[in-house]
Design a protein around this ligand. Structure first.
Ligand SMILES: [Fe+2]
Ligand SMILES: [Fe+2]
Length: 473
């Protein structure tokens, strides 16, 4: 890569003048969007200790330095090509992967890329005000790291659209900057990315559960027969790990602080609140919300779209190699379907259940995170445990939408739902409480808001009290 290039890349952009010009025309639109919709209040007057990818290899993808966010070097990086890579699943298994988009799959592939691409700027928009009430400089730096990398993920998808989808692709690239999270007339494509994130408890849960959905979508796209998509998403996965780290450790630190406050008092949830902490029932409610919103992102349980994506090799299963049968023409998947207030098990042809297969492997991954959170409770000698609600609970997409289930997955009546929903999901009062805790930001290096414990260690070997975000005139 030439460091003098306007768009850092490892795709030989300067050899393709047309593409380079198209992307250079998109770049100022992206920067305008970043300045309008990116982190509010931290655009020009602050330098942030950020990781920047300057190449896709082990040495180059994690360079740390102070950067003004609008000057972040958003670039285009694909993982190295795999020699003679073959299609690994579906009806076309064993053939060469595609370096160009096959005409018959142009529309579905474009749709997959646009849908993935849309989530990236959406999350930046959802989180844009949180810098204003950060619990520490360490956390402030972390959210900005996540934000700039979601910006880079948008670049990754726009690169594919511009390179392989001609005029349509360029129009889609522009439209990605025109939709806005939560907008009435031009919302983001997926409903979870239109949900407001108004406090840091929401943010950490989002990074834990919704970024993890991102990981699973990227893993499924990394299997794609369209090789440039596979290589792009493989590199994006290296960055995604940090986002989930931010979410998981953020919540672990809130749990730790809650336990400390419980130990100092009689051990009641009200006491935690009285001392300005976040109590376990409130944590559980936010977990219930963001876990279930993220489950929706996998799509319907029984889906002919999912079946054709798999059959045609557009989108596989995360870690496809771990499965025995890559054709999946035979076999069924048990799906409990709601019927007259009960659940009836239905054997769905495996290909039509691919969304459910992916959702279940995601849930397994979430369970591991829950175990680590519960270890904090164990360490403090507490008997309470956090848990994942059943996958039928609080769903808005798929066969469970429009029905009510309790967190254990039992069908319940509308009345029962109304009666209990504030015990299961964050209420207006919970929201108000959390936001009252987070009304003032903490900008002093090393200092933490009262409701969160400090991290174990700092970023990139720096101390916790490092000056992660510097105000500069
Ligand atoms: Fe992303
Ligand atoms: Fe992410």
């Amino acid at each position: 890569m030439l460091s003098s290039e306007r768009i850092p890349n490892n795709v030989y952009l300067s050899d393709n003048k047309r593409l380079q010009r198209a992307l250079e025309r998109w770049q100022p639109k992206f920067l305008d969007w970043w300045k309008d919709m990116g982190p509010e209040g931290f655009q020009d007057a602050h330098k942030v200790y950020l990781r920047t990818a300057i190449s896709a290899d082990a040495k180059g993808w994690a360079n740390f330095d102070y950067v003004r966010m609008p000057e972040y070097r958003w670039g285009i990086f694909l993982a190295e090509p795999e020699h003679e890579r073959k299609i690994a699943f579906g009806d076309l298994m064993g053939r060469d992967v595609w370096q160009e988009v096959p005409g018959e799959f142009r529309n579905p592939l474009r749709r997959l890329i646009v849908t993935q691409g849309d989530t990236e700027p959406a999350s930046v928009e959802q989180q844009r005000l949180l810098g204003q009430n950060c619990p520490s400089l360490y956390d402030l730096r972390n959210i900005f790291q996540v934000n700039v990398e979601e910006g880079r993920h948008l670049w990754a998808m726009v690169y594919l659209l511009h390179s392989y989808f001609g005029r349509d692709g360029r129009d889609e690239g522009d439209a990605l900057l025109e939709r806005t999270s939560g907008s009435e007339d031009k919302p983001r494509i997926l409903s979870t990315f239109n949900e407001p994130i108004t406090n840091w408890l929401d943010f950490y849960m989002f990074a834990m559960f919704t970024d993890r959905d991102g990981k699973y979508q990227l893993l499924a796209l990394a299997e794609s027969s369209f090789d440039p998509l596979s290589r792009t998403t493989r590199f994006m996965l290296t960055e995604e790990a940090h986002h989930m780290f931010v979410g998981e450790t953020g919540i672990a630190r809130i749990i730790e602080r809650c336990c400390q406050l419980l130990q100092e008092t009689s051990g009641m949830a009200e006491d935690v609140r009285r001392q300005g902490g976040i109590d376990l029932p409130t944590i559980q409610k936010h977990l219930n919300l963001w876990f279930t919103l993220s489950l929706d992102l996998f799509g319907g349980e029984i889906s002919s779209n999912a079946a054709s994506f798999f059959a045609n090799g557009l989108k596989g299963r995360p870690h496809e190699m771990r499965f025995d049968d890559h054709v999946a023409k035979e076999g069924t998947y048990d799906v409990p379907v709601p019927e007259n207030g009960h659940l009836k098990s239905e054997e769905v042809p495996l290909r039509n259940a691919m969304n459910e297969v992916n959702r279940d492997s995601y849930i397994e991954d979430c369970e591991k995170g829950l175990k680590r959170w519960n270890r904090v409770l164990e360490k403090f000698g507490m008997s309470d445990r956090l848990y994942l609600p059943n996958k039928r609970f609080n769903r808005h997409i798929g066969i469970y939408a429009g029905h009510h289930f309790d967190p254990q997955g039992h069908p319940i009546s509308e009345e029962k739902w109304e009666l209990h929903k504030d015990e299961w999901l964050p209420s207006a009062a919970d929201k108000q409480y959390i936001e009252s805790l987070q009304a003032t930001p903490v900008f002093e290096p090393g200092k933490m808001a009262n409701w969160i414990a400090p991290p174990r260690r700092g970023i990139n070997g720096q101390p916790v009290d490092f000056d992660y975000v510097r105000a500069e005139a």
